[in-house]
Design a binder for this molecule. Structure first.
Ligand code: APR
Length: 247
């Protein structure tokens, strides 16, 4: 990757009228959170079919221990890394309108980002499938599997999107509306393989916007959508870019 691309990308962000970030699992890898695809990916070790809403409903005793192992035990210890901090700093300095994330780990908020659209929900909340009450995950004991609703004793489900479950429609509408108004989209750590979230950069592009991509490897965005492809780890590339934008 040439410094030329980095400088041009920084200028695009510096001069943006409305810039957004679109992030995926890759931004949290340096916080110790495994990606879903690629080397060490969650879906290389677990069958995604078990994280289908209907399979979960039928087999909570089987799926809940996997949820605890893959998500709750890992994410409970994860801390924001310099990439999350860099995006929060851009927002604080008025250079980023929002983060639209596919991640459920809450690390953007922990880093200080205030406007965060969580396309696939969040691990920080649970919902009872019997009384429909919502709970903070911190208020639910995970000692007993599956955990039971503190209110009615029913079956709790983490408030993130399972396969064959629809995404939160309000988040989808607000995020796509913001993307339509944006003139720069910074992609960090996602190959955009899952729709409709993966369409966010295309919406900005189709509206005439500039797409900057930070990824470890080339993705489906790299040749078709990205104007600047900055190859490298998010924890290194985001702070580099942010440093130039704010200099
Ligand atoms: N820095 C930057 N990018 C990285 C890093 C890193 N340190 N490590 C990995 N990546 C890149 C990978 O090259 C890949 O392009 O991050 C991307 C991770 O891709 P996925 O694991 O597919 O994650 P994501 O795109 O967020 O998945 C989308 O799929 O299973 C569903 O709901 C789940 O939200 C998830 C969605």
């Amino acid at each position: 990757m040439s410094n030329h691309a980095l400088e041009n990308a920084a200028n695009a962000l510096k001069n943006a009228r409305c810039a957004i970030a679109f992030t995926g699992a890759g931004i949290s890898v340096e916080s110790g959170v495994p990606p879903f695809r690629g080397p060490g990916g969650v879906w290389t070790r677990h069958d995604p079919g078990k994280f289908d809403k209907y399979y979960f409903r039928r087999n909570p005793e089987e799926v809940w221990p996997l949820l605890k192992e893959i998500f709750f035990d890992t994410l409970g210890k994860a801390k924001p890394n310099p990439a999350h901090m860099g995006l929060a700093k851009l927002e604080t300095r008025g250079k980023l309108a929002a983060v639209i994330t596919q991640n459920i780990d809450g690390l953007h908020q922990s880093a200080g980002s205030r406007t965060v659209y969580e396309y696939h929900g969040s691990i920080r909340r649970m919902q009872c499938l019997d009384c429909f009450e919502y709970f903070d995950t911190s208020s639910v004991s995970l000692e007993k599997m599956p955990p039971s609703c503190p209110r009615c004793g029913g079956l709790l489900k983490p408030d993130f999107v399972f396969f064959s479950e629809s995404i939160p429609i309000d988040v989808h509408e607000e995020a796509t509306s913001l993307a339509r108004q944006s003139d720069v989209c910074l992609i960090v750590g996602t190959g955009g393989e899952v729709m409709p979230a993966g369409r966010i950069p295309h919406i900005v592009k189709n509206a005439g916007g500039i797409i900057i991509e930070i990824n470890l490897h080339e993705t489906g965005y790299s040749y078709t959508t990205s104007d600047y492809y900055l190859e490298g780890k998010a924890g290194i590339m985001v702070p580099k870019l942010v440093g130039l934008v704010l200099s």
